[in-house]
Design a protein around this ligand. Structure first.
Ligand SMILES: *Cc1c(COP(=O)(O)O)cnc(C)c1O
Length: 833
């Protein structure tokens, strides 16, 4: 903190406001700037230098130098300097210069009664909430916000002194580290609205208990007409509700419909979060461009204030599209050895540092982790190293960083400033990587903040948990495009059953189901009741069919409204008894007819008996009758067999309907059937593989939805004749460059792919496996790839030149098996345009 704009103040006003003692007022120019750090002097003739006493010294020792430089207003502690030494200057003497500055701030704030002042406090998230509020409301109001994270006794005073008469709305952060501090801040700020972000363990050493710290923070809101807070915070919210009358409280909650903003549904995608938000009985659908839970909480806190000040904005689609991650993109990942990694991709500047540190503190606090920072040189700040790192050191103290790694010559040169914590220095990223010191950290929360030139992504990668380097990316937009493609092959509006059994063919059933539900498919189908329950728990309300129900799961079926397929008399009877026990009638079931596949199902001969039994079972009602093609993808040779299956189903279904006295729906088409036999569409069609972008008859028009990739862990140059891997099965035929990739048979990358049986793609070049595939890794020959490096992406399957069929062909199987055998430990990542 250094030099900031002040309201224009005449010498007489200063004397009067502060009750300051002066010996003479020889200088008449009003004050325009406040100077609290002598190094930041820019306009000496218009500046008031405030000599502050801090831990590191007394500002009064700079007075002579500043007088020399032309400064003519000095705010000084009583009794330390002689005004006569500075004959041309106005010296204002007070008992405590900081308190005097706060008095000026309070007076200035009080002179702006039309201003709506919002004060933000809490252990974390203050700066983010403040910035989000500014993004949401500045298009509507003339808004002011405290600069950076000015939230201390001095910072708040300087923030308030920056207010102007034209501001309609101001967001002021207030932070405390000790008991007794909030009273001074509250007296200055006098907020109309108070925002409470949350309570963590920061600064706990100065407080007897969390309760005491909360009480201290809440003092800020004594005069506020309304108070905004998150309601789902247990005793903390309860305390706020005890302390303030209900008519002043505004809250948001995921759980409590009585909150001002109630969020009954929220769904986080790869790149955003969709929520339903209920305010005054009206529902609003909002899309936040955030995925981190903490960020979403901060945004909800901010939206709660929007509802208070300008509820009509909630209905504007553009409202949340204004939101941006606060001056940066932070990514949080689980690292190896129980570490949490926070990667700050955006930039490495002084402005974004406190926000990232705030984030670090909050993340670490919530899990009791040690706070570690890896920081590169900060470039382009325009400050001298001394100034820059003085400021950095202040932030590190404020945000209680506990361990520091500095990378780069400039920051290393200033390492002495960080003697209050363990600090080590490295000239460049390579050296830090080579030292492997970071690999010795375990269970810490690590913020990586590096300028682009320092390529911290290499650190990030080396610290990431290995399981995360192999990723299945799922493109949900492609799912929708495939859905529409198959709809176009069927009569308009034809009902569809989407098959998402086996966890959505290995891709992830819940995310798929959400997308499909949004696109109004009529039915989802899973294999077993537990899969159906997972969908219900994931908020899926569409009809769900269970293809292989077991009697032992009957309770789950009925409780979760899952509709069983019935393929035998034993199952029929068991289900009917269970349904009666649940007091059900007309519970929908789906009758499977075996028309030639000879797996499960009733035959035509069973129909009279089946109809007779059903007539005695009012608990159940047949919702559909169906069969499954055995060879619809087998080409013309099987056409007459397939036609036979269709006619067999139709005959059996007609007979059953006749005997039942009502007409259930009929269906037989699977993906290949839709492609080849659309004339058998009947009443519904069942879409499986096609949804996943795989056309069984190689019809154009589908889009692959899944892409499996990993990265090169390590590169090694080998001479000809060296053996590679277990059992020395691989032998280099020539000097070769061999890469290790973290995918093995435990991930579903079969051992049958060893020794060149499959080639992956690196930069579009096919690279065969060499040696045997191991459990967690394998080796590939990358000799032909120009400019290959560790960390480069490796495509296992996805787009050309490696569609999934290339892999299934290498394994002599079908794409279904490739997808469904991918291990759950492979991270699934969902994308949507
Ligand atoms: C899996 C399944 C389907 C989907 O088959 P695709 O060939 O993937 O379209 C259709 N019907 C039944 C009964 C199934 O079990």
């Amino acid at each position: 903190m250094n030099s900031s704009l002040a309201p224009s103040l005449s010498p007489q006003q200063i004397v009067q406001l502060l009750g300051a003692r002066t010996e003479a007022l020889p200088y008449a120019r009003p004050v325009q700037w406040l100077l609290t750090d002598s190094r930041s002097l820019t306009s000496p003739r218009d500046s008031l230098f405030v000599a502050l006493r801090t831990e590191s010294g007394d500002g009064q020792r700079y007075v002579a130098e500043l007088y020399e430089a032309g400064v003519r207003h000095f705010l000084l502690h009583e009794g330390s300097l002689q005004a006569s030494a500075y004959p041309e200057a106005n010296c204002y003497f007070v008992p405590d210069t900081l308190a005097a500055l706060q008095l000026l701030a309070a007076a200035h704030r009080a002179s702006l009664p039309a201003l709506q002042l919002v004060a933000i406090t809490g252990s974390y998230g203050k700066t983010i909430v403040k910035e989000l509020l500014y993004q949401l409301l500045s298009p509507r109001y003339s808004c002011y916000r405290s600069p950076r994270s000015y939230n201390s006794q001095l910072g708040v005073a300087l923030s308030l002194l920056g207010l102007r008469a034209e501001h309609e709305l101001a967001f002021i952060e207030a932070g405390i580290s000790q008991p007794g501090e909030m009273a001074a801040l509250a007296a200055m700020i006098q907020p109309e609205v108070g925002v409470f972000t949350g309570l963590g363990s920061a600064h706990q050493e100065h407080f007897a208990s969390m309760e005491q710290k909360l009480e201290e923070k809440l003092q800020l809101f004594a005069s506020a007409r309304c108070i905004i807070y998150p309601k789902d915070k247990g005793w903390i919210s309860a305390r706020i509700e005890e302390r303030y009358p209900a008519e002043r409280l505004r809250s948001w909650s995921y759980q409590d419909p009585k909150a001002t903003l109630y969020i009954p549904h929220s769904l986080t995608h790869a790149d955003r979060c969709e929520l339903t938000c209920i305010y005054r009985q009206q529902a609003y659908e909002l899309v936040l461009p955030f995925t981190d839970a903490a960020y979403i909480e901060d945004a909800l806190t901010a939206l709660c204030l929007v509802a208070e000040l300008a509820p009509e904005l909630l209905g504007e689609a553009s409202l949340c599209s204004r939101l941006r991650p606060v001056s940066m993109r932070l990514e949080v990942k689980e690292g190896a050895r129980g570490c949490t990694l926070i990667n700050d991709y955006y930039s490495c500047d002084l402005q974004s540092l406190p926000i990232a540190l705030d984030f670090l503190r909050r993340r670490a606090d919530s899990s009791g982790m040690r706070r570690v920072l890896v920081l590169s040189d900060i470039e382009g700040s325009g400050l001298s190293d001394e100034e820059l790192y003085g400021e950095v050191a202040r932030y590190l103290r404020d945000y209680e960083v506990q361990e520091l790694y500095l990378v780069g010559p400039r920051s290393s040169g200033e390492a002495k400033r960080f003697d209050f914590i363990p600090c080590s220095c490295y000239p460049d990223t390579e050296t830090l990587l080579g030292s492997r010191v970071l690999e010795q950290l375990s269970g810490v929360c690590l913020l990586l903040k590096g300028a682009r030139r320092f390529a911290f992504e290499r650190l990030y990668r080396s610290l990431s948990a290995h399981v995360h380097q192999t990723v299945l990316d799922v493109d949900l937009s492609a799912v929708v495009s495939n859905l529409n493609h198959y709809r176009s092959l069927l009569p308009p509006g034809h009902p569809l059953i989407c098959m998402i059994k086996a966890d959505g063919y290995g891709v992830g059933a819940v995310e798929l189901a959400r997308t499909l539900q949004e696109h109004r498919v009529d039915y989802l189908a899973v294999a077993v009741a537990d899969e159906g329950r997972e969908l219900r728990e994931g908020g899926i309300s569409t009809h769900i069919m269970v293809m292989n129900p077991e009697l032992s799961t009957a309770d789950t079926l009925f409780e979760q409204r899952l509709e069983p397929e019935v393929y035998s008399f034993a199952l029929l009877e068991g289900l009917a008894r269970a349904a009666e026990a649940h007091g059900l009638s007309d519970y929908p079931i789906h009758i499977k007819v075996d028309s030639g596949m000879h797996r499960l199902g009733f035959s035509a001969e069973d129909i009279p008996e089946l109809a007779a039994q059903l007539a005695q079972l009012p608990a159940l009602r047949v919702s559909s009758i169906f069969s499954h093609f055995a060879a619809s993808d087998e080409g013309e040779a099987k056409r007459s067999f397939t036609e036979g299956q269709y006619r067999y189903l139709l005959g059996a279904a007609e007979e059953l309907s006749q005997r039942l006295g009502y007409r259930p729906r009929y269906h037989i088409l699977n993906t290949a059937g839709i492609e080849r036999y659309p004339e058998y569409a009947l009443d519904m069609a069942r879409l499986g593989l096609g949804l996943y972008g795989i056309s069984p008859t190689q019809l154009p028009g589908t889009t692959p939805i899944a892409r499996l990739s990993t990265v090169i862990l390590q590169l090694r140059e080998l001479p000809a004749g060296e053996c590679v891997g277990y059992g020395c099965r691989g032998l280099t035929q020539r000097p070769a460059r061999i890469a290790v990739i973290p995918i093995g048979y435990a991930d579903g990358f079969s051992r049958r792919l060893s020794n060149g049986a499959y080639a992956v793609s690196v930069h579009g070049v096919l690279c065969p496996t060499i040696g045997n595939v191991c459990m967690d890794a394998c080796m590939i020959d990358v000799t032909e790839v120009p400019e290959v490096a560790e960390g480069d992406e490796v495509l296992i399957f996805g787009e050309e030149p490696r569609p999934i069929q290339a892999l299934s062909a290498a394994l002599d199987t079908i794409p279904y098996e490739v997808l469904t055998t991918l291990s759950p430990r492979i991270q699934r990542r969902y994308w949507r345009e």
